[in-house]
Design a protein around this ligand. Sequence first.
Ligand code: FAD
Ligand code: FES
Length: 369
Amino acid sequence: MTVGVTTDGATPSTGRRTGRHWLRVRSAQRLTEDAVAIVLDVPPPLAGHFAHRPGQHVTVRHRIGGVELRRSYSVCPPPDDATALRLVVKRLGPGGFGEYATTALAAGDLLEVSPPAGDFRLAEEPGAHHVLVAGGSGITPLLAMAAAALRSDPACRVSLVYANRSAASVLLAEELAGLAQAHPDRFRVLHVLSRESGPAAPPLSGRIDAARVPVLLRLLGVEPEQRPCFYLCGPLGLVESVGRGLADWGAAEEQVRFELFAAAPAADPNARPAAPAGARISVRLYGRTTELTMEPEDETVLDTLLRALPETPYSCREGLCGVCRTKVVAGSVRLRRQYALSEKALAAGYTLPCSAVPESAEVGLDFDA
Ligand SMILES: Cc1cc2nc3c(=O)[nH]c(=O)nc-3n(C[C@H](O)[C@H](O)[C@H](O)COP(=O)(O)OP(=O)(O)OC[C@H]3O[C@@H](n4cnc5c(N)ncnc54)[C@H](O)[C@@H]3O)c2cc1C
Ligand code: FES
């Protein structure tokens, strides 16, 4: 195993960075009982490959019991080095990458990582008031975005509402406090703790529901006529509640951007439309075109692609991360559910194979477009 060796291709036509690399863990530092901060060493020849924008995420591949897991983690650089590839991984339950990272991973180990991807970012509006709402590990892209904005735009303001179960589970609390200390007039954090009462009376204790949103915004001095942009990140429940609260408060849809870290399982199995077996798929990937046919056991277009093209990019398989994004260049597909593509991307013909089933007998996809 060699650190930094490319193990698959690249798409020179689009600039989409592909390939995966073994990177050495420089440090693995416990943050809370169930979270760890991992800094990865990027060898100089790969520095361009792993350069990241605030809000982007990488895909980590890890094998447990012979089964490959692919998991997305947002890049959250430490305060003293905006270029560092630091991931903050929270353990959610037994058996996943989070458990491995928080119990076994150590400095010197190797991790297989794909380069940064994703389009979650702050609007480029100098002097804007950016309002962020994070739940749990959803702080990672938002902290990266907040720190970069405060550094690069001296006129901007950033307000953050950060929801956690308890004070002990707040991630990166010292770094958030440090940012507030460095920018006392421009950065404000409200911690909302769902399982703690006591000195933190409502609205700062209990769960954030839609009704609480206007109260929190008032505390932060955010008014509808300022037309701020909102950035939400965390699990589906939080993002949906806050989204509803913002709509009731008067925020227009285009003022709200979000990234989901976890979706609810599809409640109704019938909501999963049967994929039409026999549909023919022509796919251009890494400059090569391959013709495939959907088999009866394929639930999505991604299943068909992976049988012949194991290097097809994907991570979550739930329409969350956008890693599998590709363009439909012939025929049409229907998306089961998706949270990663904007209306603009959908209108431009982009789709997510992990969630797509063909609507036409022939479908053309172009990952390089
Ligand atoms: C774009 C993107 C960026 C992300 N960035 C980060 C990040 O910076 N840091 C981070 O920690 N995570 C992040 N995630 C989530 C991450 O990709 C994994 O989904 C998460 O770490 C769980 O993976 P796992 O392998 O540990 O657990 P899994 O293998 O998925 O599950 C292991 C166990 O945990 C339980 N479990 C899984 N999810 C939940 C849940 N939401 N609540 C309760 N129990 C659960 C399962 O039931 C199972 O028992 C991101 C996700 C996306 C889509
Ligand atoms: S693999 Fe994550 S959106 Fe398709």
